[in-house]
Structure formats: structure tokens, C-alpha cells
Design a protein around this ligand. Sequence first.
Ligand code: ANZ
Ligand code: ZN
Length: 818
Amino acid sequence: MQEQYHPEQIEQDVQDYWESNQCFEVKEDSPKEKFYCLSMFPYPSGRLHMGHVRNYTIGDVISRYQRMLGKNVMQPMGWDAFGLPAENAAIKNKVPPAKWTRENIDYMRGQLKRLGFAYDWQRELATCDPDYYRWEQWLFTRLYKKGLVYRKTAPVNWCPNDLTVLANEQVIEGRCWRCDTEVERKDIPQWFMKITAYAEELLADLDKLDGWPEQVRTMQRNWIGRSEGVEITFAIEGRDEALKVFTTRPDTLMGVTYVAVAPEHPLAKEAAMYAENVAAFIKDCQASGVAEATLETMEKKGMDTGFKAIHPISGDRVPVFIANFVLMGYGEGAVMAVPAHDQRDWEFARQYGLSITQVITPASTETEADLDAGAFIDKGVLIDSGEFTGLSSQQAFNAIAAYLERAGLGGKRTTFRLRDWGVSRQRYWGAPIPIINCGECGEVPVPEADLPVVLPEDVSFDGVGSPIKKMPGFYETTCPQCGGKAQRETDTFDTFMESSWYFSRFASPGNDNAMLDQCANYWMPVDQYIGGIEHAILHLLYARFYNKLLRDEGLLANDEPFTNLLTQGMVLKDGAKMSKSKGNTVDPQALIEQYGADTARLFMMFAAPPEQSLEWSDAGVEGAHRFLKRLWKRVYAHLQVGQAPTLKVDELNEAQQAMRRQVHETVAKFSDDVGRRFTFNTAIASVMELLNALNRYEEAAPQDRAVVQEALEMAVRLLAPIVPHICHSLWQALGHEDAIIDCVWPQADEAALSRNEIQIVVQVNGKLRARISVAAEAERKQVEETALADENVQRFIEGKGIVKIIVVPGKLVNVVVK
Ligand code: ANZ
Ligand code: ZN
């Protein structure tokens, strides 16, 4: 063993050892319990950032810990390789996206290896490889036949100058990011996945996910947004087709003073044909783009269509408005407006001079509805509502639903906020959508034998539109059904398609004959998933959806993909998120080069518990490094004296027992912190304290050296998942042939934990009445209390006064009573 700690050298040696012994390549044939640990795979942007280092260190520590618990642990890694940044980089640097992406992957793979993560690299995949996305295309064509994917017209952001579709993040304050032209909304045919068909199950199964943070489950529940309500039909005067609305408050039906439809609603379009100002209004609404986040905050605008709706119960005529806040994609794209009881409707009615009719009054006399100040939105008791007057809101919900049902004018219905997933992107760098458009046959899925539809990678990329849209060699084809001339779809998939199933493919890698095989059912579900909270909604929801699709295809047996979820906190610098745009990043590469992988890993795990944000600190990194140097030095000093004798636990003196007790208390605390609480920082702190105690510990007798040997071995085993390289070396230096990655996780020795107990006799008035055991180092007061608490002693002193208590330390207690 060398005297000095040289991380760069030992880390290289240890990594060579792992690689040449294929230490992290796992199979499905183990009798051990399986454990699948997965960190969210990175986008190959060029270099790792600190967020990656943190995420992957947490995952690696959990993996290595689970392995030491005796499990068959699989930890894979791959690349979420499609997406917009590659296109932007291609424009900037004049490199094709494929080349740029693959070079980044090579560089980042090297960085991950340098950090010593225990990945089974045999399972590596990049989503831009046709061998991967072909299965996504395959599944898509299967789902098409099942009716779970369909095409419909939907709006996109369109730059009229560049003649290109823009992603939401390419629209900056309503303008194109490249040419600053005002962005328009354009309706084009796009492909959708019917996630709404799984809405009920996606919601219900959240209850099973008790290994997920409650916050994430709540976010998913809100996103799915189940609403129980009533669908109501309003006839339109002078027209055959009626208008349907969805409401969660049918109890307010008698307070309807107008109805409102979305700008895209057929009735709005019809009104536009009769009146120019209506047409202009609709156009104006559409120019505001498609980014939906602004809906809540935008100014509420409306326009009278001139149509009159007939109230289904009273028969009153009410105006039909177009309103920009009514969404075409929710419910029926139309609302019954009740300005007295809905704030949005109230504001709208005020603005356009529409009447406000109160039909709900507070149930308790303590509150009062002040309709001049705003809508009264609480539930209560019905007034001015004909036969429903006097009912509570709850009773009226059912009564009105039943009435409408009998009259054939509606009934109870459940809707979801969740919409079908639009998966078409008018971009180049993505998986081609496997559909052929034929003038005769319409949309025809690419037959299985013709898959994959490979994306041409050798392209010149100028950023104006997608190159494959200008490549007849790609899109001109023949129809698989009629053999006539046809055109390939040139849109590509949303990259969430690739990230929604990569975890199952890791469990069943490289199969050229099937999307997944039986191995997937050995490994799935993922036991521990680790990633950023920014993926709490879309990625996790789509992944859960995909898992259910794959299950229903017979490819997976599990209902849910991720049993436990850990969302790690952000890496901050000076209190702000580390990000390129803020210019406050610290490059992990420099950190690794200066201090080594173990220091980087230790810092990441020591600076904060994983779910909390972590503040970057140079001092913290140096502190982590100093600790590793001290650990090395302590082992070195210990070994300089020669081999330690065998530990004889029965022959230890008090000081030795006390030292040994701290060792085993550390083992117990560390295991609990890491295994149950995930508080790696406090676990590490306990080993730091142990090392301090060892440095203070005076070694005189040979058994002292045996105690120290055990202490150092325990420290090294506990730290092995966190700083695996140094622990590998130290373990061998301490005289072991086996590799520490395969050591079993240490168990605290119960005997060492219990304090040294001694037997004491208790007399009452000089007569032996009991034998008690107390800690050897127990204080006099404690000995007295234990003696007096003894049942037999109690019998002899009961009802008598205690005159005095004589204590002979370590021997006897005599209670004198009168
Ligand atoms: C009348 C009413 C009266 C409503 C009242 C609320 C309060 P959640 O809970 O999110 O499901 N709504 C229905 N379809 C809509 C659409 N396409 N765009 C915008 N708003 C729509 O919300 C359901 C309520 O949202 C419905 O109940 C409807 O307004 C509105 F005192 O109907 B309500
Ligand atoms: Zn055809």
C-alpha cells in the first residue's frame, strides 16, 4: 500500500478490474432476489452537468448498496438521443444531427465511466438507433389497428416567413425565435395516442404507488383531472343540430343566462359565415398561438354569434357567445354560463352586459351572497328554480340529472382534463411515423416486414423545414395496399415516445425479433427510479401509459413501471439553479480531474439529503477530499505496524468494548440511514465521527489493534457504495482477497451494542432479597432506582420508611427501612 492517496491511479486500476471481470453484467439466472435500479437517462447534450452527476451518483450508491444486501442488481444506462438541440447545433456548427449526437454520446459515456458507475454497459442503447425505434414504430402500427392511435387536425405554431412549424419553446413572446416574425396558428393533420382510454386506470393505479412521493401523485391526479358532471343539450333556435355542454354544477342550471362556445366550435364557424366581425374575432383568437399556459391569465374576450339557445327546462331563449376561454378539447367545447355562480362567467357578463340571475343561496345564514362584488361560487340551497327550489346543491345535482335523462336532454358524465397525446412533430431529428398516405386508400400503416422506417442520417441541414420533407427518395413510395404511388409521412414522433419505454428495453436488450421478451418480466418493474421532479407529470405519465399498452399487447406482466420513485433536488450555486443561461455552472470534468471520482461522489452524497437541493461549495469538495485522505492515512498507519491479531471479543477491556460499541452503533445507524431513510449525509457523518474516534484511540495492547482492524474494515464496507474505488483498494490492503463489491453488507453485532452489564445483590435490612443487573458504568442513582424497582425488594419495603441506602459499587445495595 502506498503512503499517499492517489485517486487518479487507484480509480483507473479499480475500473480496469471491474471491466475485465465484467462485474456489473447481470443475467436473469440468479437465485438471488432481483433489484432493478434506474436513473433517468440523459439527453446527450455534449457533457455531463452537475445535475447528472448527482442523479447518477444517488442511483449508483443505491445499486451498490442493494448488491451488498445480496440482490441481483441491474443498473443500465443509455441515451435519450432524439430532439431539438441536435437540430439547433446542426444549424450552428454545420454537422448533421446524427454525427453531433453520436460524438456527444461517446464523450459522455467516457465521463460516466470515469465516475465509476456500476452500469451493465452491455445493455446500453441510444434511442436514435433504428434497432430501438423500430419497435416503437411496430407498436404504433399495432395500436393503429386497435384504434388506439388516430389522426385528427390540430393546431401548431407556424412561422409564415420560415414556412416551418415551431415547438412551443421556439416561440418567444409570440414571435419566431429565428426571424422574429409573428407566429400564427395553423391547423394541420397530426397523430394522437388515445391515452384518454386509460385515464381511469392511470388515475386509480396512483393509489398503488405508495413508493412515490405524495407530491408527484398529486400532480398526476390533477393533470388527469377527473370531473364528475352532467352533459346537457341546448337546442338552437332555427337549427336541427343541438349544442351540448358539460357542467360540474347542474344545480345552477336555472341560472343560465347565456351559453359560450370555443372559437373552433362548428357553431362559431357557422356564425363566421354570416358576419364579418365574428370571422375577424375568431381569426384574432387563433393568432394568439397555441401555448396553453397563457389561457388562465389571458384577457377574456367574446363575441355574440346571433344564435339563440333554448333552455332545456325553462324554454327561455339565451344568447350564444364565442369566448376565447372555452377550450375545444375539453368536454363539448361549449359551456352553459351561470354568471351568478361562476366568477369567469360573472366577469364576462359584466363586460358584455349580460344578465346575472341568482339561483343558489348560502346554506347557512352566516354568509351572504353579494353579487355586486362577484359570483357566489359555493354550493348551497336552490332558489327561483321551479320544481327544484329548496333542494340542496347535492340533491339538485341528482334531481336535475335525472330530469334531463328522462327528457332525453342529457345525463351524468365523467370527463377528464387529460387529452389524447399528440405525438406528431414536424421535425427532422426523430423517429419517422410509420404511415403511408395513399390517394386511394388513405392512411396505411407500414407493414411489419417493411419496418423500420429508417431516418436518413446523411443530410445537409439548413434549419428551414425538415430535410426529409425535401427528400423525394425518402417520402416517395408505393402503397402497401393498392401498390399505387403514395407518400410517406414525414413527421416524426415526439421524443417522449422513446423515453416512455426505454426501461423495459434495458430489461430485454438487443432482441431483433421482438420488442420485449421474457427477460423483461424478470426485471420489471423498476424497483427504484431516480430523476428530476421536472418529469413528475409528462414523462412519468406517458411511461405509465406505455407500460399498460405493452401489458395489453402481452409483452409485460406488470401494471406499473416504477415501484419506488426518488426525485432528487437541484444543484444550486449561490442559491440559484446551476444553468448555462445563468452562467453559474461548475463543470464536473474539472472536479473529477482535480480530485477524482470518489471525492465528487462523496461530496454529492454528503452535501444534502437526495430530495433536497444541494448547494455547490468548493470548501465542501475540499472537505470531502480531506476526509478520504485521512481515511487512507489511518489505514496506512494501522498497517505499518504489521498484521493485527484475531479479535477476541470476550477478552476486551472496557475501553476496547467502548470503541467496539461505537463501531457497531455506526453500522446500525448507517444501515438505517441508507436503507430506510435515504439520508446518506448523516450516514457519512457517522463514519467521519468514527474515524475521529479511531484517531484519538490509544493503542497499547494487541487487542487494541484487533479492534482498530475491525473498525477500519467496517468503515470501508459502509463507505463502499459511495466511494467504491478507495474502498476497493483499502479492503485489499486490509488483507482481503475478495472484491468489496461482493462483500455482504455488515450487520451490527448486538452483543457489542449492549453495554457491559454486571450483577449486584440487593439486601433489605441486611437480608438478600434480589439480584439485579446494571450497566457497569451506571451511576449510583441509577443503581439505587433499579434496586428499588425490583418486585421482591418492593414487597419488603412496602409501607415502610427508607432510612438510608448503602451502595457498594459493583457489588451490593443495602436498603435500610424502618
Ligand atoms: C356551469 C357552471 C356553473 C360551471 C358554475 C361551473 C360553475 P372542471 O371542474 O375543470 O371539470 N367548462 C366546461 N367545458 C369547458 C370548456 N370546454 N372550456 C372551458 N370551460 C369549460 O370544470 C368544469 C366546468 O368548467 C364546467 O362547469 C363548465 O362551467 C366549465 F357555477 O358549467 B361549469
Ligand atoms: Zn393505396
